[in-house]
Design a binder for this molecule. Structure first.
Ligand code: FAD
Length: 258
């Protein structure tokens, strides 16, 4: 008889014998916000998440200096992060036949690939077989909210009604006016900051006051002002030299003909 040692069952803090009002699959921006809205209205919600709960500050180490990392943030040999171009020149599944042990989507290549290796799926384990598509897939609690760029832009009717506008794609069954009140709610809830610009293709949000610049950003601003002043000084010097040279040439000509 062969005895097989199996891992003990995971600790359950959820009652699966219960009937829930709603079941949500995935805890990213979409699932997380749906769970939040439904539970604040008193619904009993079961949120299923395929990924782990990661200690995200330790995982991303945002404050780590590049020189404190053995490879300045790069993944170890044997791992590869697809470059954006590889999605157009390779046929999915992108990692098929790759010599690398692990293959991850392109965002890891933005100068910190070692930090996202536990957040993104390994394309070798989760091959994507659809049409060419640079699909970044996260597998952890919170999904891609852990790595997004924090740029909260609104879509406009140039997006929703693109076909009517330029003949390409399909019009969405909803328009910007349908979504606007919900954008307003989310903006205030998340505290989106920015400056009103009145652009038809990028509707303004309900902006909070802009965040204050930190010391590094102030320093950069001062440096850029200094560089601008130096550039102006340089131009003034060139102009002055030109004027002087012209004057010298004119004096010489006068002396030659005297
Ligand atoms: C690097 C980066 C920067 C970005 N920057 C911006 C930005 O600045 N502004 C912006 O607007 N957008 C940005 N985006 C896009 C934005 O982050 C995503 O569109 C958004 O977070 C997607 O949310 P989602 O809930 O649809 O999906 P995801 O966040 O991917 O969530 C899906 C969740 O479902 C789980 N899951 C998957 N399969 C299963 C299953 N079978 N069972 C249970 N759970 C499952 C996953 O583990 C994951 O947690 C960025 C994206 C990336 C990758």
């Amino acid at each position: 008889m062969t005895l097989v040692r199996v891992a003990p069952p995971l600790e359950q803090d959820v009652d699966l014998s219960k009937t829930y009002d709603a079941v949500i699959v995935g805890s990213g921006a979409a699932g997380g916000m749906a769970a939040h809205v439904l539970t604040t209205h008193g619904l009993q919600v079961l949120l299923l998440e395929a990924g782990k709960k990661l200690p995200i500050e330790q995982e991303l180490r945002s404050m780590q200096w590049p020189y404190d990392h053995p490879r300045r943030g790069d993944a170890p040999p044997g791992s590869h992060h697809l470059s954006f171009n590889e999605y157009t020149i390779r046929k999915p599944p992108y990692a098929k036949g790759a010599a690398f042990k692990h293959v991850y989507s392109y965002v890891g290549g933005w100068g910190g690939s070692d930090y996202v290796k536990n957040i993104l799926v390994d394309e070798k384990d989760h091959p994507y077989t659809g049409t060419n598509y640079a699909w970044v897939r996260a597998r952890c609690l919170g999904g891609k909210t852990n790595i997004w760029g924090r740029l909260a832009l609104r879509l406009s009717d140039y997006d929703f009604k693109a076909k009517s506008h330029d003949g390409y794609g399909e019009d969405w069954p909803i328009s910007y006016a349908d979504l606007e009140p919900y954008y307003d709610k989310v903006d205030l809830y998340l505290g989106i900051s920015g400056v009103k610009e009145n652009l038809p293709h990028l509707p303004d949000s309900q902006f909070q006051r802009p965040s204050k610049l930190n010391a590094g950003a102030v320093g950069r601003q001062d440096l850029s002002r200094l560089l601008q002043a130096l550039a102006q000084l340089h131009l003034a010097e060139i102009e002055l030299r030109g004027t002087l040279e012209l004057a010298v040439r004119q004096v010489r000509q006068v002396l030659l003909h005297a």
